[in-house]
Ligand binder design. Structure first.
Ligand SMILES: Cc1ncc(COP(=O)(O)O)c(C=O)c1O
Length: 388
């Protein structure tokens, strides 16, 4: 081959989730793998009305190139909404991104040098590892319990460029950090001079009580906060946002300009049109109710079908169960057997930067309806019983 790959390209790997999703496209396979929001939750009618309105009232502006920072009314909406959660934000600090995934890439581009250190949770979001990897960091993972990273262990992250945290209904573990843990982590990070990158796509999807305030509220100058419209509206819009301290914002903006000039202005206007008068106050509770019922269906199925020796959390929001199989069972080896039977999941090892636990796996409860969840878990249990 005549192309010589850049070092960063060598560090890029196909996402195991995308690879698994290809398999799950096979007809008849029940996918508990990808974190695909339920398509029944998409606000199709509201989107249609808003699209028509944008095309009627500001078609040329919506179809023209636009500001890299994002559509001003949408930035204002984000700032006001975050204010309601205790995070006092100036609209100038809000950068609209092409999904929060792009926010992770921009953060990596601006903060990581080859050989510098980035600290993550154990396990952590695979897409963040993918976003950071091309910038060639050394990744260290902080030991965690069911409440998130252990503040006493944060010393392993000393000198890192940042600590990447998912406080709400973490992907993949489903855990949600308590207010106390957030306070301890923010204090410990501040004492170490360790900036925090807080990623929160799932915080609105709580089932019984809202999660505690964002970690960023506890250390404003040392935190970058990422949000997304993917889980409360629809992921196909590819819209998210980064809230950054004012010293960091210009660099993120320049990185964004180089990446894609701006996120689709048409989508931004449509989303703003949908949400500006409080639509989410009515819509999000319907998504919560749907996902809670699906969470309950998965919990009941796990309790009913899974053999002794399996352990799982019960998530209080978000999209995922995290399952620990009996010691010695390899979830990656189990996957082809499960797919053969007609169910797919994501082996947990993919979510670890180091210290991978081969006996873990992630199950999404949002994509398919309760009866299909029940059947999927039954198939998983039969694959498991056969292989042990
Ligand atoms: C933790 C986390 N961060 C970021 C993203 C990216 O979301 P989006 O780019 O759709 O906003 C996801 C998607 O699943 C995620 O789970």
């Amino acid at each position: 081959m005549s192309f010589q790959m850049a070092r960063r390209a060598e560090r890029m790997n196909p996402s195991i989730i995308r690879e698994i999703l290809k398999v799950t496209e096979r007809p008849g396979v029940i996918s508990l793998a990808g974190g695909l929001p339920s398509p029944d939750s998409f606000p199709v009618d509201a989107m249609r009305v808003a699209s028509e309105r944008v095309l009627r009232e500001s078609p040329r502006e919506a179809l023209q190139y636009a500001a890299s920072e994002g559509y001003a009314p949408l930035r204002e909406w984000v700032a006001a909404t975050m204010g309601g959660q205790g995070l006092d934000v100036d609209p100038d600090q809000v950068l609209i991104t092409t999904g929060s995934q792009q926010g992770l890439d921009l953060v990596g581009k601006v903060l990581i040098d080859a050989g510098s250190t980035v600290a993550v949770e154990r396990p952590t979001y695979l897409g963040a590892l993918q976003a950071f990897a091309p910038y060639e960091p050394e990744i260290v993972s902080v030991p965690c319990d069911d409440d998130g990273p252990l503040p006493g262990e944060l010393g392993v992250a000393k000198g890192a460029r940042f600590l990447y945290l998912l406080p709400n209904f973490q992907n993949p573990s489903g855990r949600c950090m308590s207010a106390l843990r957030r306070a301890q982590l923010a204090d410990a990070a501040r004492a170490l001079g360790l900036p925090i990158v807080e990623d929160n796509p799932y915080g609105d999807l709580w089932f019984d009580t809202p999660p505690p305030a964002p970690l960023s509220t506890r250390w404003r100058d040392g935190s970058v906060y990422l949000g997304s419209f993917s889980k409360v509206l629809a992921p196909g819009l590819r819209l998210g946002y980064v809230i950054a301290p004012k010293e960091l914002f210009p660099k993120l903006l320049q990185a964004k300009q180089a990446a894609d000039l701006h996120s689709p202005g048409y989508n931004q206007r449509v989303v703003h049109e949908v949400i500006k008068d409080g639509f989410l106050r009515e819509h999000v509770p319907t998504v919560r109710a749907r996902y809670k019922a699906q969470r309950d269906a998965m919990r009941a199925a796990l309790e009913h079908h899974l053999p002794a020796g399996c352990r799982w959390n019960v998530p209080s929001g978000g999209m995922f169960f995290w399952l620990e199989l009996p010691e010695g069972v390899d979830a990656l080896a189990l996957l082809p057997k499960a797919v053969e039977r007609g169910v797919a999941f994501v082996p947990g090892a993919a979510f670890f930067a180091d210290h991978a636990k081969a006996n873990t796996l992630r199950l999404s409860f949002v994509t398919v309806p309760p009866a299909t969840i029940e059947r999927g878990i039954e198939l998983l249990a039969s694959a498991l019983k056969e292989s042990s």
